[in-house]
Write a protein that binds this ligand. Structure first.
Ligand code: SF4
Length: 693
């Protein structure tokens, strides 16, 4: 029996894996384990996760595309030789930045670290980024700007359990992380669960639902803050003692009286006032049990996502929540290692330890650990969408190595992504199954997955966890670490690239020392002994840091910065020929691009295909019945899928789950100017019944 954690989301539910050696092939039984985040529970994805290990089309040998354009099996040596030779030729002709690397928020800490080092030391390229840019970047940018340290939840998840009120902005925990809903129970029972979502999601049905127009969350939060300030509900002592720029709070929210916000958001003014009062009543300043403001992708995946999260942080600061035990602001990380994935250097602008790549001291420290000259390290690279848009263009990367990501499903504006990937001289994909992106590749490396490998992950709370191998990988599948080591050696790189995850972790510890996300005091021995370690852990005897910001924030002054923000319209807003909003989101049964969960029979049977939720009024105007086919058309592409007619979406909104190929043909790649997050969550769409003009 092996104690490990779920392969999917950032809740990292604890589970025990029991391999059964007969009948062959080996099967694995999953049983939940008691753990603070999941409290002995698993969702459907977790219960069925072992099926991905034995997916019928599991990649078991490297593939290289032959002269006829067919991917054929080969040896590791041959595949690595092919990739290394082509990289050398491209870099000789077009320079180091002609090769790019794209990582993933599901990679272990060790893989994320090694990927960033491989890109910067073995390839010497600035062009490295990862799919977390599509996931957490707005929250990360906002929190870094306002509070100085980005740890998704700067407190243990269990702290939510004592709260009297929780404002969830754009998060559907009941579908995305079902075991986490138990932590909302006290707030729900107290009438304090407040959910902002354009869709009446499973989570919204549990509490007071503020069904805002897509793209209007920022206006709604400004109005909530307006009520808090106008009605004298703010924690003025806290604002004076722990923040800077409080006058900006009053200035930026003064005009957002609830009646004005109602016109923008569609949420009744009375409901806005009620929600603000409920949240404030639970704040410590009013003797409440505690209150939290939490954001998810619904608030963050916008061209104004950073400002929307900033408004949420400002609201929390107005009520005196961050840094107080039992209260706070947090962002709910989605991907399995979405937290660790952004700390160890696979992001375009960062080095390990969550340090800026532009910081000379950080460059010197990390270069010392890597045994290279700091001046040899490239500077900041392009963010994910900018990187993809540059592929194959004049002066842009001509080769791309993808690890743990399925761009052809998950990136916005897919027609452009497909064109850019097709224009490359070399596309290399490392994956466990032939994902849509892998099927386009010139070379595919079969890599190990969760139950076949050791490593560490960092949960949505910033707690570092051990992943443990329970079964041997199939065929010749190897860790991504072996891909980096094999290529680095062939590229003539003298820096070491260990393939042992524990060795990589030891190096990661040293590289992170002194950084914001300091892992230097964490060891596998401590984790295996059951120690509960939240970063930063700056020394071997250090107990870890479950709660941040108790005495000061991570800004130079130690004060939280209040940054004035303004509501802005959706980048691709409604117009006569596209009169509805399209929003995308997740289903209980699937994870991310669906590359794993669409291969689990039970999950695929429950949700086999893409669909569009439409309001009965929209259905009537289109003449479409439940199950009838509709065509969705945006400025970027179109998609035909069945309609699900439901009162759970607004009459001006269509919801489509994003786990299926083709959905992101529709979405907009307009970027947030700070985080470079694309606006997945709102764009104008036209719906027509298929067969009609
Ligand atoms: Fe838990 Fe998330 Fe896995 Fe479901 S998918 S079992 S919520 S970690």
């Amino acid at each position: 029996m092996t104690a490990t954690h779920c392969p999917y989301c950032a809740l990292q539910c604890a589970m025990t894996l029991t391999p059964t050696l007969t009948p062959t092939p080996v099967t694995v039984t999953v049983t939940p384990r008691e753990f603070p985040t999941n409290r002995g529970g698993l969702c459907r994805k977790g219960w069925t996760s072992a099926a991905v290990l034995t997916a019928p089309d599991r990649l078991t040998a490297p593939l290289v595309r032959d002269a006829d354009g067919v991917l054929v099996e080969t040896t590791w040596d041959h595949a690595l030789d092919v990739v290394a030779e082509r990289i050398k030729a491209l870099q000789a002709s077009y320079g180091d930045d002609s090769v790019a690397v794209f990582g993933g928020g599901g990679l272990t800490n060790e893989k994320a670290y090694a990927l960033g080092k491989f890109a910067r030391v073995a390839l010497r390229t600035a062009n490295v980024d990862y799919n977390g840019r599509f996931c957490m970047s707005s929250a990360a940018a906002a929190v870094n700007r306002s509070l100085g340290v980005d740890r998704g939840l700067p407190f243990p998840l269990t702290d939510l359990g004592g709260a009297g009120a929780i404002l969830l902005v754009g998060s559907n925990l009941a579908d995305t992380m079902p075991p986490a809903v138990a932590h909302l129970a006290a707030a729900r029972d107290a009438g304090g669960l407040l959910v902002v979502d354009p869709r009446r999601s499973a989570t919204a049905q549990l509490g007071l639902h503020l069904q805002a127009t897509p793209g209007s969350d920022l206006a709604l939060v400004l109005a909530l803050t307006h009520v808090v300030l106008q009605e004298g509900l703010a924690d003025t002592s806290y604002l004076a003692a722990r923040t800077s720029g409080a006058e900006a709070l009053y200035r930026s929210t003064a005009a957002w009286w609830p009646e004005r916000a109602e016109r923008v958001t569609g949420v009744p003014a009375g409901l806005i006032r009620q929600a603000a009062r409920v949240l404030a009543a639970a704040a410590p300043v009013h003797g409440g049990a505690g209150a939290f403001v939490l954001t998810g992708r619904g608030a963050e995946q916008h061209s104004k996502g950073t400002d929307t999260v900033t408004a949420c942080i400002n609201l929390a600061l107005a009520l005196g929540l961050p840094g107080r035990v039992g209260s706070g602001y947090g962002s709910i990380t989605g991907q399995g290692n979405g937290q660790g994935g952004r700390e160890h250097g696979q992001k375009a602008d960062q080095l390990p330890g969550y340090r800026s790549i532009a910081d000379p001291a950080a460059r010197a420290h990390v270069a010392g650990v890597w045994g290279v000259d700091p001046s040899s390290l490239p500077g900041p690279g392009k963010s994910a969408v900018e990187l993809v848009n540059a592929l194959g263009t004049d002066g842009g990367p001509r080769a791309l190595l993808v690890h743990g990501s399925n761009l052809l499903v998950s990136a916005p504006r897919l027609a452009s992504v497909r064109e850019r990937l097709a224009s490359l001289d070399l596309l290399v994909v490392a994956d466990v199954v032939p994902s849509e992106t892998a099927l386009l590749a010139d070379v595919v490396f079969p890599v190990t997955q969760w139950a076949e490998e050791d490593g560490t992950m960092t949960s949505l709370e910033g707690r570092v966890l051990r992943r443990r191998a329970a079964v041997a990988p199939p065929g010749t599948a190897r860790s991504d670490l072996a891909v980096f080591a094999g290529l680095a050696a062939r590229l003539g790189c003298s820096a070491s690239f260990p393939v042992s995850p524990e060795e990589v972790f030891e190096e990661l510890r040293r590289a992170s020392a002194g950084g914001v996300a300091d892992y230097s005091g964490i060891s596998w021995e401590r984790l295996d002994a059951g120690e509960v370690l939240y970063w930063p852990v700056p020394a071997s005897g250090h107990p870890g840091t479950p709660r941040l910001f108790a005495d000061s924030f991570g800004t130079p002054s130690g004060l939280a910065r209040i940054v004035a923000v303004e509501h802005q319209a959706v980048a691709d807003d409604l117009r006569a020929d596209a009169p509805l909003y399209l929003v995308t989101g997740r289903l209980l049964e699937h994870y991310q691009s669906g590359a794993q969960t669409r291969r689990v029979p039970e999950l695929l049977e429950a949700e086999p295909e893409v669909f569009a939720e439409i309001h009965p009024r929209v259905a009537a105007s289109l003449g479409v019945a439940d199950g009838g086919l509709i065509r969705l058309r945006t400025a970027r592409g179109s998609l035909v899928c069945p309609a699900r007619v439901t009162l759970d979406v607004r009459p001006d909104t269509i919801f489509v789950p994003f786990h299926f190929l083709g959905v992101n043909e529709l979405t907009n790649d307009a970027l947030d100017p700070v985080s470079k997050m694309p606006e997945f969550k709102a764009c104008a769409v036209e719906a027509t019944a298929v067969g009609r003009a």
